[in-house]
Every structure is written in C-alpha cells, then in structure tokens.
Design a binder for this molecule. Structure first.
Ligand code: BGC
Length: 756
C-alpha cells in the first residue's frame, strides 16, 4: 500500500508560514543533520536549513542555537535565460513527496514559460550509511528545444534565527569540487561543505561565485523531450567529526567517493539501511489507514533524527528541523522519545543516555550556580553541547509590551534530573546491560539523587521532606510547593540511587568503591535512603481519589479553559508567568498529575487513574505537544479507548497537520515534534497493545482500538527480540530465532505463547 508509505502535496506557493510548515513536514534527516523540506531553488527567505546536530554557536547576546550549514543542495534552473521557481507564476503542476521507506524527498514541478513546458524533478536523501553525506539527483526535460542553464553548488546565504553563525565564508574550488568553509563565532569551530555535481551530458561548466554562493553553471542546449540528469553529492564536516587530517580533505574525499559509487549505488546502500530500520521498527496497524499512516510518519521522524552511532548526541525538542527552541534537549527526550528507542532500537537509546553522561559536568555546574547553590547534578532545562543551561530566565516575550517575561523553567523545573535518572535506570532494567552504569550512568544517578537531597526542605513538625518552589510539567503554575509529579520523581531518584548502589555492590564492588570515593559520597549515601522514606508525595484523597497537583491547587479558581482563553487580548498571549491568565486558575498547560500516573502506572489503580483523568482533562489546555499522548495513554488504562484514540491521532498527526502553536508569547517555536512522535508510538505500544516491561517480565495486556484488525510490531527485551501480533481475539508473542540460546536466570526459554 504505497500511500501508507509516503506523504505528498501539490501545494507549492503560499505565504511564508505555509512554506515554513512544508519545510518541517517534508524534512529529511540522518541524525548528523536535518535538511528541511524546501525546494532546490529556495534560499534563506524560504527557510532552507541544513541543521547540524551537536554544533552550537552564539552571536552577541542572542540565543545560542544550532548551526545551519551552507546549503550544498542548491540548484536553480533557467530556461532561455529566465530562472524558474516553484514560487513564480509559471508553475503548471507541482508535487512533492516524502518517501517513508527510504527517507527520501522528491519533487516534480512543471513550468510553462514562453510556450515551452519544462519539467524539473529532484530526489534528495541524507545518507543513512555515511552521515556527512547528502545526495541529490536532478533531471530537467523540456518539450521543445531550449537553452537550459543550471546554477548548482553551495549557497552560503544561510537562514538563521539568531545568526549569522558562519560569517565570512570562504568559497574555493578543488578541481571539480566546490568547497565552502566558515568558522563559528564562539569557539571558532570549522564547518566545511564540499559539493560535486556530475552531469550525464557533456556540456559547458563555468564557475559562478557571486552573492555569497559557490556555484557552477551547467548549460545544455536541450532537445525537445530529452531528459537531462545530473547528480549532486555534498558533504558537511565540522570539528566535531573526528577525522584524520584536514576537514576540507575529508569533505572532498567523501563527495568523490560518493561520486565514484554513483547515485544509484549510494541510494541502494541507503535504502538497504532503511529496510533494516523498518524491519525492526515498523508498527503495522491493519484496519485503520489513517492511524497507520500517521504512526509510520511518527516512527520515520524518530528514526531520521536518532543520533549517529558514537556521537553521544541527543535529540532536540524540535529535532533537526531548524534552530527553534535553541536546538536544545529537554525532558522530552527521556520521557517521550527514549521509550521508543529503548524498546525498538536500543543502540540509539544508549547514545541518548551517553549524551547525559557527557554533559554531567554541565549539570554539576548548574547545580552549583543556580539559586543559593546546590550539590550534585541539576540538568539543564534546555541542554546543548556542554550541558550548561541554554534556557534564559526570561524565556517568553510579552506580545503587548515586547518586554521579556521572567519565567522559572530553568531554575525551578527540577524534575529534569530525575527524568534523566529514571531513563538511565530503565535502560539497565529492560536490557540487563549494566555497562552504561559503569560508563558513567551510575554517577549520573547518584549525582541526581545528591542534587535532590540538597534541594529538599525538611519540615520538622511533620518529620518529612518536601520539595518547595518548583515548576512541574504544567508550566503555567510557577514556584509551587510539593508538585506531585516532581516529588514522585525525586523519590524515585533516591530509590534508583539505592538500587544502583546495591547492584554495583553485588556485581562490581571495586567500581562502586572507586565511584563513592570519587564523589566523596560515603557519608551521604545513608541519607538517600532516609530521604526516600521521608519524602512527602501527595496521595490520592480517600473519598475522591484525586491527587492535588501541588499544595493549594484545589483552592485556585475553577474556571473552564474556554473562559480563560476567551479573555485573551492577543493571540500570542502567554497564559503563565507572573500575570498570565491561567495563573490564578486551575487551568493547566499540559498533563501533570496524569503524566505522573502514566510514568508510574503500575503504582496506581485504574480507579485512581480514571478519577484524576476525569478531573484534570477538562482543566488542561493541551498547550504543549506533550500533553495529549499522556491523556491518551492513561485513558487506555481505565478503558476509555475512544478518547485514547482521539488523542492518539491528534498526537500522531501533529506534524502532518501542522496545526500546532507557532508562538509562545513573542517567541517563534515552529518545527517538528519528536516528543509527540514518541508519544504516538507509546500510545500504540504501551496503550493499545498494553505492553508493560520491568526487569522481571514483559507483559502484554492488549486493548486494541475497535477498528484495528491487527497490530504488529517487534520489541527488544533484555537483549532478545520478540515479534508481537495482536488481533481482536488473539495475542501472539514469538521469540525471534536469532535470540541467544544461553539464558541467564531471568530469562525463560523463548516460546510461542498465547497471551489470552
Ligand atoms: C513544554 C515543555 C517541553 C517544551 C519543549 C514546552 O512548551 O511545556 O514540557 O519540554 O515545550 O517541547
């Protein structure tokens, strides 16, 4: 079913915002870089972006953000001396397609000019085999003889939000290869792009380096109906690449190698790698094409932006779709994307965790310098390459006055450290692999526990610890006390720290004593146990089952979301911060208590889940793309499948429909939504398939949506792979033949089983 493996549109023109949205929706990426779904002839005004993972820069006082590379994919075609663009008036037909199977972007545009019809097609992919490489095939056909001139090469005019990050680009040529190089401001990091184009026809080639572009002009006297093809290979290298010798040479050699292989072979290798990815990660939904398509698109997004092996990079909240949100990594990764990788692509889960190990020192610096100063690791709310916090204290603009609003995301959203610790421990629990703990994961966990220990407040009269002055996931209520989600996460961190210590003591005693010595933790460790015991976590009320989101939440004004929104004077008005309309009310931005019920689902009954879901859902604005999936997941737990389905689709289609908020106050925040992509996967697998795994077992409790005839996927669990196939009346779990035979005590012999 081809249509379930692609996405197409015939729209081409439109206002800036629709060009921007198509750029998000049709992007391709390979973990090393993302290339927005813009057209070959576009430039910075159309938000062309080749966003590099893990390369950041700051210009003056502006926000630090990821660096966009010069565009090695640039091509402009002129017919009889007039350049053609999909934004011009000569377009007869246009179609652009994102092919899911091999993460490839394709466009065909038919132009009519001076009585002649010219068809331009291109097919673009970022290699899944060679991360630095982009490959494009372009073809041009004219129905009548004509003079065709193709300006192709590297465009040094870069779209930046807070740039320019690569001022003074040097454009040079090395034989047939174009080379454009620049350096970032802050750390003088080199960014080099090489491009090699080869035409199938013998024709003229002239250099053209005007307007900050490094181009060549390919000319052809086109014969009527004849197709002229050429291939473009571009490679991006930065100082983050560990290469022997000069970056320029590495880039030149990469494009020459690709050219020697040829487009077809590059594509064949790339497509074979994508086949392997899909064999592992595809989720089949039979009976519901809409859900199938949206979920597959979501999985594609996650696979495209997964970090390159060995990079210890993570996935930003807007992935590689541009510089929005400063290219920063939030809790989104651990809480919403990580579960997909843990279950379907554990090698990538490792990379995400290594990123937190790599940035531990940044988290330590933040703990020391934030507020009165804390100990341990307080992870950045918005984390970039060093782990220092990119989140500003004034993160939202007031659209009325243009002034910056003080927000406390950075200094008070302390649940981030526990989110990291939980993911680190989940990896160990579900894979049985403790190598990451030894590599620094245990240190991360202990430092997070230490941070909370230094943050806790001991309430003498109640002989308990409390977590005061925080922001929970609901960012509209700042500086609250005893946010249920945060307290629960903090307590969990203490429990995990103890469990990690117990594991190391048993299995790796020397590593444990070295670590305790390094961290000078011997005297503090017993305090973690006490903190876990005495940390107050708001409980469900006996009569209603309701958990108060934070101290005093129930006393806030109880008004409907619509009433709060009706009072908005400006469409971009921010509802939180000091004066926000939601602040005095119970209206919340996103799942908070419900997020907690989801994260700790085995600890709460279905009745508690239902009671809280029913209370909080009508009070939730769903102002974050992270919200709907949490409500969907919890709804499957107590059987409201219709609601779960509605929010599942909303989450899975967020980038397809691109109806999300583009501004928070005055801050632009468009881009892709990988956390929602992960949320969609979780809702299918943990929600409708009812998969629940811990260190002891992998359980499946299917509750298929009524229109679904089959749900099929693969799961990795403790080093083995299982194929799960669910139909309305059967559940089959089949252990893969390739699973290891030698079994450790926790593993039972693999067998075909009937779950119900
Ligand atoms: C949400 C946060 C989220 C961030 C990045 C905000 O709007 O409230 O929970 O981490 O966006 O996606």
């Amino acid at each position: 079913m081809k249509k379930l493996w692609s996405l197409s549109t015939t729209e081409h023109g439109g206002d800036k915002e629709s060009i921007m949205r198509r750029g998000n929706v049709y992007q391709v990426a390979n973990g090393y870089m993302g290339y927005r779904g813009t057209l070959d002839e576009f430039g910075p005004d159309e938000a062309v972006g080749i966003t590099l993972a893990g390369v950041f820069d700051r210009v003056g006082d502006a926000w630090r953000e990821p660096v966009n590379a010069p565009n090695g994919g640039f091509t402009r075609v002129a017919l009889d001396g007039v350049e053609l663009s999909a934004l011009g008036d000569d377009v007869v037909r246009h179609r652009q397609t994102l092919h899911f199977a091999d993460a490839r972007f394709e466009r065909t545009t038919v132009f009519r000019r001076g009585g002649k019809t010219l068809t331009l097609t291109s097919s673009r992919f970022l290699s899944a085999v060679t991360p630095n490489l982009g490959v494009i095939a372009v073809s041009v056909t004219c129905d009548q003889p004509g003079e065709i001139a193709i300006r192709t090469g590297i465009d040094g005019n870069i779209w930046d939000l807070n740039g320019p990050h690569l001022p003074e680009l040097a454009h040079t040529r090395e034989g047939d290869v174009l080379l454009t190089a620049g350096r970032t401001h802050e750390s003088g990091k080199h960014v080099v792009v090489a491009e090699l184009s080869s035409a199938e026809w013998a024709g003229g080639q002239a250099a053209d380096s005007a307007d900050n572009r490094n181009l060549r002009v390919l000319t052809v006297r086109a014969e009527a109906g004849q197709t002229y093809r050429f291939f473009k290979y571009f490679a991006v290298f930065t100082d983050n690449d560990r290469v022997d010798g000069a970056l320029g040479e590495a880039a030149i050699s990469a494009v020459r190698t690709a050219h020697a292989l040829g487009y077809d072979e590059c594509l064949a290798q790339h497509a074979a790698e994508w086949r392997r990815k899909w064999e592992r990660c595809d989720v089949l939904i039979e009976g519901d094409d809409e859900a199938q398509h949206a979920l597959r698109y979501s999985v594609l997004q996650l696979l495209m932006v997964a970090p390159v092996a060995g990079s210890a990079n993570s996935i930003p909240a807007r992935a590689l779709s541009g510089q929005v949100y400063k290219g920063a990594i939030f809790w989104d990764t651990e809480m919403f994307m990580f579960p997909f990788f843990l279950h379907a692509y554990p090698e990538k889960a490792v990379e995400l965790l290594r990123y937190r190990i790599r940035t531990l020192d940044g988290a330590r610096r933040k703990a020391k310098t934030e507020g009165a100063g804390y100990r341990g690791a307080f992870y950045a709310w918005e984390s970039q390459d060093t782990g220092d916090d990119a989140c500003s204290y004034f993160n939202v603009g007031d659209p009325f006055t243009g002034r910056e609003l003080r927000t406390h995301f950075r200094d008070k959203q302390v649940h981030i450290s526990g989110d990291v610790a939980i993911a680190m421990w989940e990896y160990f629990k579900l894979t049985g692999d403790d190598s990451l703990l030894l590599e620094g994961g245990a240190e991360v966990i202990l430092e997070c526990a230490r941070f909370y220990h230094s943050y806790l407040y001991y309430k003498k009269d109640k002989d308990r610890y409390e977590v005061l002055d925080v922001i929970g996931p609901d960012e509209y209520h700042e500086r609250v006390n005893n946010n249920a989600f945060t307290n629960m996460v903090a307590r969990e961190t203490f429990l995990i720290a103890q469990a990690a210590v117990a594991h190391l003591r048993k299995k790796h005693p020397a590593a444990l004593s070295a670590l305790v010595k390094k961290l000078r933790l011997a005297r503090e460790l017993p305090a973690f146990a006490e903190a876990a015991r005495k940390l107050y976590v708001p409980k469900p009320a006996r009569k209603t089952g309701l958990i108060e989101q934070f101290d005093g939440y129930f006393a806030l004004k109880d008004v409907p979301v619509a009433e709060v929104k009706a009072k908005m004077v400006h469409p971009h008005e921010y509802l939180g911060a000091g004066q926000g309309l939601a602040v005095p009310t119970q209206v919340i931005k996103q799942a908070d208590v419900v997020m907690m019920l989801n994260l700790f689902k085995s600890r709460f009954s279905a009745d508690i889940k239902r009671a809280n879901w029913e209370y909080y859902e009508p009070r939730t604005e769903h102002g974050s793309s992270l919200s709907a999936c949490a409500y969907a997941l919890v709804a499957t737990e107590f059987g409201n499948l219709d609601f779960a389905y509605k929010y599942f689709l909303k989450t899975a289609k967020i980038d397809l429909e691109a109806k999300y908020k583009v501004y928070a106050g005055t801050v632009f925040m468009g881009g892709s939504h990988p956390a929602a992509n992960g949320g969609a996967w979780m809702t299918a697998i943990f929600g409708f398939a009812g998969v629940q795994a811990d260190a002891r077992r992998l359980a499946i409790n299917p509750r298929l949506y009524r229109t679904w005839r089959r749900l099929q996927f693969r799961l990795s669990y403790r080093g083995d792979w299982f194929r799960v196939e669910l139909t309305p009346d059967r559940a089959n779990v089949v252990a893969e033949k390739t699973n290891r035979r030698a079994r450790s005590p926790h593993r039972r012999p693999a067998q075909k089983s009937r779950a119900r």
